[in-house]
Design a protein around this ligand. Structure first.
Ligand code: PHE
Length: 335
């Protein structure tokens, strides 16, 4: 029996470290123990047989435990707070080799690229905001009719889905104030989604993508703004362009302008065919003040436009609703 105890100990020790624990049940030592039964006298056989049987049972339960442990180890734990890509066993909807970037993603990157090469910092705009950043900080007086000029989505709690392209302006100014006062400039372009609760047609969507720019320095001026915007459009469409402006009212700029380009000839434009591209102007002193920037020392300009308009013109897309449609026929054109 001494031997059996030793063998049992050694087999159990093998099971707890084995990657194939069930193999231990076929080990030669065990076979030998079974084999010994035959040559045993009848009076010893009963006790011996029971001992071997106990050994087998304890080995089997140890094997099952070891197998369960091994199985647990192969389950990948998911961090439910992490973005998809860090969880290896994520759901795969479509094989990714057939996918391509959405045209708006491509062009947002293109726009960010042009402005960053000009020296602007590119940031992402917010998708949920509040009354202060949509109106209050931007020189919209309380109860002013201009507050109703946007078809604004609001949550029951009073949050706002940004409905115009200037909701990042106060944040950009506040964040850049120290740099400005240390002798630097503020130059930021904010890219992201805007939302409007309006009837949809070929030129109106509930969601559009903005490129909002803010520049502040000691001597920023309208000429610099027009030069910046013209350079941007010429770079984006890859040709020289005529531009023009006309006065427009936005509470957060003075003067406020609408900026138009002559439709690029390469895209079938004829002389005198003007396309309004964005709103812009010199930042209103009250907007600088709201961000703690002294309007007597600093001046700034700002603009805001929609990426869809840029992209529709570039690719001759006739209906803005294609972008959000998810139609593969449309998306594959940009693959
Ligand atoms: N925020 C305005 C809009 O969305 C555009 C604009 C931006 C106008 C900056 C002037 C200055 O319509």
């Amino acid at each position: 029996m001494q031997d059996i105890d030793e063998i049992e100990k050694s087999l159990l020790a093998q099971v707890v470290v084995s990657d194939a624990p069930r193999d231990v049940l076929k080990s030669p030592e065990l076979k030998q123990l079974y084999g010994a039964i035959k040559s045993m006298s009848a009076d010893k056989r009963g006790e011996y047989g029971k001992r071997i049987n106990d050994l087998k049972l304890s080995l089997e339960s140890s094997v099952s435990r070891r197998e369960a442990d091994l199985e647990d180890k192969t389950v990948v734990t998911i961090d439910v707070t992490a973005p998809w890509d860090v969880n290896t066993c994520r759901v795969e909807l479509l094989p990714t080799e057939f996918g391509s970037q959405h045209p708006l993603t491509l062009e947002l990157e293109n726009v960010a690229d042009i402005f960053t090469r000009m020296g602007f910092e590119a940031i992402e705009s917010r998708q949920i905001d509040d009354d202060y950043h949509m109106f209050g900080s931007l020189n919209f007086p309380e109860n002013h009719p201009a507050r109703d000029g946007y078809d604004t989505f609001r949550t029951e709690e009073g949050f706002i889905a940004p409905a115009h392209t200037s909701t990042m302006q106060n944040r950009i100014l506040v964040a850049g104030k120290d740099k400005l006062e240390a002798g630097g400039q503020i130059g930021v372009v904010a890219l992201g989604r805007c939302f409007r609760n309006e009837d949809l047609d070929a030129t109106h969507e509930h969601t559009f993508h903005q490129y909002e720019g803010v520049f502040v320095s000691r001597d920023a001026n309208l000429g610099q703004m027009l030069g910046t915007l013209r350079s941007f459009f010429e770079c984006y469409y890859g040709q020289s362009l005529k531009v023009k402006t006309q006065p427009a009212y936005f509470p957060f700029v003075e003067p406020g302008l609408e900026f138009a380009i002559e439709k690029p000839a390469a895209l079938g434009g004829k002389p005198g065919e003007w396309l309004e591209m964005l709103g812009c102007g010199m930042i209103h002193p009250n907007v600088l003040l709201a961000a703690g920037i002294d309007p007597k020392k600093y001046r700034g300009f700002a603009w805001g436009g929609g990426i869809e308009r840029l992209v529709m013109l570039k690719y001759g897309i006739e209906d803005i609703r294609h972008f959000e449609s998810g139609k593969l026929q449309f998306l594959r054109k940009f693959a």
